[in-house]
Design a protein around this ligand. Structure first.
Ligand code: NAP
Ligand code: MG
Length: 402
């Protein structure tokens, strides 16, 4: 078989620990034999981030702006223990945070569904994709403890020194206070990312807030989404036969549980934090969650939702056998290759991505899987494979399909 050619490079962001081991295996076994892989390589492994004072992370995000599509391996976010382990010059920020700040995007997370790994909610047949707004609200709030009686007010001072005041509460005794904010620009970007992603994936978009209680704050989210939808997206949605649906957050939760899935659920920052863990768990496994950062300018960065699987890596370093699930990392590559193919008009790339995803699903449904899935599968007599053998099994299935 002739290898598939690529015209534009994919931005490749390598990472850390066990996922770095997976990264090489996936390329060697599942990609390089089939594709003339054209990537611009950035090593975001912590050693190289430290050598470059984290410049490599910034460069990789800038390259994503240039080419449009990136695929990222999981990376270590340094903490005190990592400072010593890697002898770091600085406690660098999370690469995902740095990249998101440069691309200004929204993160979409979706589970990979296979027979034998059943969602806890029986009605769920299709994936539910969570889109979490990643700016502001309680994550950028100021807080205060009030020790006794007194008056609390919100005060806004404009550039000319004019004050606007709003009473929060006349305290009769001790209590607590919180002041939070968001930005129209950030909400607009969030809305556009969500509408674009709905069009891209041809799925309905749901959005929910608590606008009946929060008549200015949450209502602004609702209004911005509606205005942008009406002006820029309604026609395209109608054309594709997909729907934009707004409701209250508590109603949304009830509907999600009763639904079949197959839509995107846009959430405010805190709702998204809570609901993405609920969905990941309810769908079965963190190692089966994909993640893509979509910028309002149409840049895409694909990755797995899980981390570097540190515990497995230490076993690997000791020469012990591991059984680490590569599926979400493989899907990061297929997502990126499919998007590259779409943008460059190379349908073979999309077809290859489809085949590789089918090979992943089929291998598991045929009963061959990594340990994390073997522990929760409803299939009888699953065969638990180690990391390398599972990837080889996917390769065999793929060759059968191609
Ligand atoms: P983690 O790497 O997601 O792993 C947590 C646990 O989940 C693992 O110990 C393992 O459980 C299970 N697991 C996750 N992915 C798996 C897979 N592919 N196959 C099998 N089991 C899997 O989270 P963490 O251990 O809290 O974090 C490790 C490092 O990752 C940290 O340095 C953190 O900063 C970083 N991190 C990076 C990203 C990112 O780059 N996007 C995201 C999150 C965390 P068992 O040990 O029970 O087998
Ligand atoms: Mg969380």
């Amino acid at each position: 078989m002739e290898k598939i050619k690529m015209t534009t490079p994919l931005v490749e962001m390598d990472g850390d620990e066990m996922t770095r081991v997976l990264w090489k295996l996936i390329k060697d076994e599942l990609l390089l034999p089939f594709i003339d892989l054209n990537t611009e390589y950035y090593d975001l492994g912590l050693v190289h981030r430290n050598e470059t004072n984290d410049q490599v992370t910034i460069d990789s995000a800038e390259a994503t702006k240039k080419y449009g599509v990136a695929v990222k391996c999981a990376t270590i976010t340094p903490n005190a223990a990592r400072m010593t382990e890697y002898n770091l010059k600085e406690m660098y920020k999370s690469p995902n945070g740095t990249i998101r700040a440069i691309l200004d995007g929204t993160v979409f997370r979706a589970p990979i569904i296979v027979k034998g790994i059943e969602p806890y909610i029986k009605t769920w047949k299709k994936p539910i994709t969570i889109a979490r707004h990643a700016y502001g609200d309680v994550y950028k709030a100021s807080e205060m403890k009030v020790s006794g009686p007194g008056k609390a007010e919100l005060v806004f001072t404009d550039e000319n020194g004019n004050e606007t005041r709003e009473l929060i509460h006349n305290f009769k005794g001790a209590g607590i206070l919180q002041g939070m904010h968001n930005l129209e620009g950030s909400i607009e970007s969030f809305a556009r990312s969500c509408f674009n992603f709905a069009i891209d994936t041809k799925q309905d978009l749901w959005f929910a807030t608590k606008d009946t209680i929060s008549k200015k704050y949450d209502h602004t989210f609702k209004d911005i989404f509606q205005e942008i939808y009406d002006k820029e997206y309604a026609d395209k949605f109608n054309e594709l036969g997909i729907e934009y649906f707004y409701t209250l957050i508590d109603d949304a939760v009830a509907r999600v549980v009763r639904s079949e899935g197959g839509y995107i659920w846009a959430c405010k920052n805190y709702d998204g934090d809570v609901m993405s863990d609920m969905l990941a768990t309810a769908f079965g496994s963190l190692s089966m969650m994909t993640s893509v950062l979509v910028s309002p300018n149409g840049y895409y960065e694909y990755e797995a939702a899980h981390g570097t699987v540190q515990r497995h890596y230490y076993k690997h370093l000791k020469g012990e056998e591991t059984s680490t699930n590569p599926i979400a990392t493989i899907y990061a590559w297929t997502g990126a290759l499919r998007k590259r193919g779409e943008l460059d008009g190379i349908p073979e790339l999309g077809k290859f991505a489809d085949a590789l995803e089918r090979a992943c699903v089929k291998t598991i449904e045929d009963g061959k899987m990594t340990k994390d899935l073997a522990l929760i599968t409803t299939l009888d007599n699953p065969v638990t494979l180690n990391t390398q053998d599972f990837i080889k099994a996917v390769r065999e299935t793929l060759e059968g399909l191609l």
